[in-house]
Design a protein around this ligand. Structure first.
Ligand SMILES: *Cc1c(COP(=O)(O)O)cnc(C)c1O
Length: 225
């Protein structure tokens, strides 16, 4: 049987881009206002390369070590690739993260902000940083508590770590819209324009509610084992 057209990586990419454009149009936003981050965690170079070939240039990983294993070689072939770290970061890996990633979405505590600014100063790098907010106030989730967000943002300002926006992963299996709306309000209250929110199951909703960065894995690569 011939491959069904929509199962090819480039067709999946086109479909996700079309959905983003439609959701953006519904909200009166230009599609270019939304950065699609292809989340390639657990997928190997052979799975990632077709998306690079199809023109995708922004990718995301959730583990420093995994990213170090596969991205230097992939980036050599396509140096204009931007790599985003979307998973939790240990302070002792800040230097490695700063060396490899163009953006870090998981700043969630003062000690990590301190480690990042030290690594940034030493490396002369300038990764785009987002503060992750534990928007559903879930015990096991990463992200700073909503209550402590003002203090953390103040600390980042004090030490000179520029924060581009806020990031969240809402609770699973419930409607995400209220959490996206809350994150958007928090960003507005703090004068931040970046909003990293929306995954395969809810990125269209996130775009309608103002996402500037959507993090999409499964809808592009298929399921993870
Ligand atoms: C894995 C992951 C994603 C992508 O999730 P999908 O549901 O596969 O699109 C987005 N954000 C974070 C933080 C992730 O860890």
């Amino acid at each position: 049987m011939p491959l069904i057209e929509t199962s090819t990586p480039s067709a999946q990419l086109a479909a996700v881009r079309t959905s983003i454009a439609k959701a953006a149009a519904l909200a009166g936003r230009p599609a270019e206002a939304v950065e699609l981050i292809a989340i390639s965690k657990t997928h190997d170079a052979a799975a990632i390369q077709p998306l690079i070939d199809a023109g995708q240039r922004v990718f995301g990983e959730n583990r420093v070590q995994e990213a170090e294993g596969k991205w230097p070689a992939l980036k050599e072939a396509a140096p204009d690739i931007a790599l985003h770290l979307v998973g939790q970061l240990q302070s002792n890996k800040a230097a490695q993260a700063v060396a490899l990633f163009d953006a870090i979405h998981s700043v969630d505590r003062e000690s990590l902000a301190d480690a990042l600014i030290r690594a940034i100063d030493r490396a002369g790098a300038a990764p785009t940083c987002f503060v992750q907010v534990n928007i559903g106030e879930e015990e096991q989730k990463g992200g700073c508590a909503i209550d402590t967000l003002p203090v953390l943002l103040g600390h980042c300002r004090t030490i000179g770590l520029p924060i581009a926006g806020l990031m969240c992963v809402p609770p699973l299996q419930v409607e995400a819209a209220p959490y996206f709306a809350l994150l958007a309000k928090l960003a507005r209250d703090h004068g931040l324009s970046g909003l990293s929110m929306g995954m395969s199951g809810d990125y269209e909703t996130a775009v309608m509610l103002g996402a500037t960065h959507v993090r999409v894995g499964t809808a592009l690569f298929g399921g993870r084992s």
